[in-house]
Design a protein. Structure first.
Length: 162
């Protein structure tokens, strides 16, 4: 089958299928016309890849695991090397979740502190004149804040930051 048919049968975009092939996750033969040609097993393989990606595995992890995959869901054979790789990935996910939880807690603390200080130190912003700025930007402080005030993530409505 050609890449377009594989895409239709799996619901995966053709550029993703080419990426899977480049990562060594999916194999295709080349026809006389140079087009990729996939066999029937490619449908199952793509479904396995999608399930494993959904579990948070990287394409590198999946390349390592796929030889042990059986069925669409897939079930993985429990060889020691495979279990070690999956446990390693689980530890990395746990570490990421811990870092995110700490970041979330710190941000919530900043929000709580800002809400407690809102009426005490700063005149209210003119709501019609201000809108939130995406995080990661460093806007100038609003004119209603003094130089010693923290920099609030707001900008005048209708003005671009780029």
């Amino acid at each position: 089958m050609l890449i377009g048919e594989l895409s239709r049968r799996t619901g995966v975009n053709t550029h993703q299928l080419r990426y899977y092939e480049a990562q060594g996750l999916l194999e295709a033969d080349r026809g006389a016309n140079g087009y990729r040609e996939y066999d029937e097993n490619a449908v199952l393989r793509v479904k396995q890849i999608r399930h494993l990606l959904g579990a948070g595995l990287s394409s590198e992890d999946i390349a390592y695991l796929l030889p042990c995959a059986v069925g669409e869901a897939p079930e993985l054979l429990g060889c020691p090397e495979l279990l070690a790789a999956m446990r390693s990935r689980l530890r990395r996910l746990d570490d990421q979740m811990d870092r995110l939880a700490r970041s979330r807690d710190a941000l919530a603390d900043y929000i709580d502190a800002a809400e407690r200080m809102a009426g005490e130190s700063y005149p209210p912003f003119e709501a019609a004149d201000q809108e939130p700025v995406p995080l990661g930007r460093a806007p100038r402080p609003p004119s209603s804040c003094s130089a010693s005030s923290p920099r609030w993530p707001v900008r005048p409505r209708g003005r671009s930051l780029s």
